[in-house]
Design a protein around this ligand. Structure first.
Ligand code: COS
Length: 383
């Protein structure tokens, strides 16, 4: 595998970093305090191409390779994970599901708007009663003539209150994971309601919502894939989503490293810069190794995806390692900053609060370990 970036990949990474350093980094603390990013950044991010990464040019996207996508996610994670989440869910979880499983009409209807950032998508899988046990979801879709009528509740849905369209997974039969079907539900459909969840530990700038579906009627043409194919669609999409989360975590580790180095060189104690103390260098060295190791695991996934090879287990490894590394690095960054790191004037505490959910969502660390263990042994352990 060639680890050097080509000119286009390098140019996109530079463009993304430059843009985010100007448009996001100076505002992220205030957005976090406000519990909402300034939505004016969405069209600006779309102009850079964030929402069209991996969407083919024929649907208005950049049509870039997956390595370019993960470079973008890393830069977003370094700047503000709330922004990374908005993009990863709209372009990633929603867009990739439509691209992978949609009809030509569904692709034409949604992908150009997703790529342009004029529509946001969300991914309605998790429910109050089913997080890790996604195959057991209880939302229902009942056939009524040529329509489906959806009822149920979804929880922790990123973009939920901002989205124009929700990919909703609902049960069309009682056959476990095989009874789940996916639907593209416009969020202005009668009976659809989204309520924002406030008071999160991190990712405060993004809208995380609870969705309520009460007799929401959609036509058959809103069904994504076949009846009973929903769980596979969710799992296939989450495999890629986990790469995206992992890439964002690489950005968190990188951000922790850069800010810790800079603070440790500035701040003096006992008559010398913190950076001159061996125990501080140890903290920094651990971040540096974690950044490289996590990035290599993520780039391997991108390489497998770009070559059309299976990548699910590699994605679990990348997500497991990078998310745990992000928590470690952010915790160490606070240690470098000392008391100053406990206050949001410096980025370390936000990195820690944002990192914490990375070991939970899109499959907990425990679920990743089960998937890796299952692949190594060939035995599906009892979850
Ligand atoms: N890609 C494609 N198909 C997949 C798949 C994948 N990654 N993983 C599972 N499937 C298919 C299986 O092949 C199986 O198909 P068949 O019924 O045709 O054999 C079906 O889906 C059921 O798979 P499995 O038996 O492995 O399902 P389990 O109920 O054992 O669930 C876990 C496996 C627990 C690993 C799965 O539910 C999971 O990943 N949970 C975490 C969900 C999650 O990430 N939630 C957070 C969402 S935040 S947006």
């Amino acid at each position: 595998m060639d680890l050097s970036l080509n000119d286009e990949q390098q140019a996109f990474r530079d463009l993304a970093r430059d843009f985010l350093d100007r448009e996001a980094v100076p505002h992220r603390t205030q957005w976090d305090r406000d519990e909402q990013v300034d939505l004016a950044i969405i069209p600006k991010m779309a102009e850079i191409g964030f929402f069209g990464l991996t969407i083919p040019e024929e649907y208005g996207g950049l049509g870039g390779d997956y390595l370019t996508y993960v470079l973008g996610m890393e830069e977003l994670g370094r700047a503000d994970s709330a922004l990374r989440g908005i993009v990863s869910v709209s372009n990633g979880l929603f867009g990739k599901s439509v691209l992978g499983f949609g009809t030509e009409e569904q692709k034409q209807e949604w992908l150009p708007r997703i790529a342009a950032g004029t529509a946001l998508g969300c991914f309605g899988l998790t429910e109050p009663g089913t997080g890790s046990d996604a195959g057991n979801l209880t939302s229902r879709a009942r056939r009524d003539g040529t329509d489906y009528v959806l009822n149920g509740q979804k929880l922790f849905i990123t973009n939920g209150t901002w989205a124009d369209v929700a990919l909703v997974f609902a049960r069309t039969s009682d056959d476990g994971a095989r009874g789940v079907t996916a639907f593209l539900v416009p969020t202005d459909a009668p009976g659809f309601e989204a309520r924002e969840i406030k008071g999160k530990l991190g990712l405060r700038g993004q809208a995380t919502a609870e969705l309520f579906l009460s007799d929401v009627r959609v036509p058959e043409s809103a069904r994504l894939g076949d009846e009973g194919q929903g769980f596979k669609i969710a799992m296939t999409t989450l495999d890629k989503g986990r790469v995206s989360v992992a890439a964002g975590c690489v950005g968190i580790v990188q951000g922790c490293l850069e800010s810790s180095v800079s603070y440790a060189k500035e701040r003096t104690q006992f008559g010398r810069p913190l950076a001159g103390f061996q125990l501080v260098q140890e903290l920094i060295s651990d971040m540096s190794v974690d950044a490289d190791a996590a990035r290599l695991l993520v780039w391997r996934c991108a390489d497998l995806i770009d070559r059309g090879e299976p990548f699910g287990v590699a994605a679990s490894k990348a997500k497991l390692f990078a998310s745990e590394a992000a928590v470690r690095a952010a915790n160490n960054a606070i240690q470098v900053y000392g008391g100053a790191g406990y206050v949001d004037e410096h980025p370390a505490e936000k990195y820690l609060r944002d990192a914490r959910v990375m070991t939970l969502y899109e499959g907990t660390s425990q679920i990743q370990k089960l998937l890796i263990g299952r692949a190594e042994t060939g035995i599906a352990a009892f979850v």
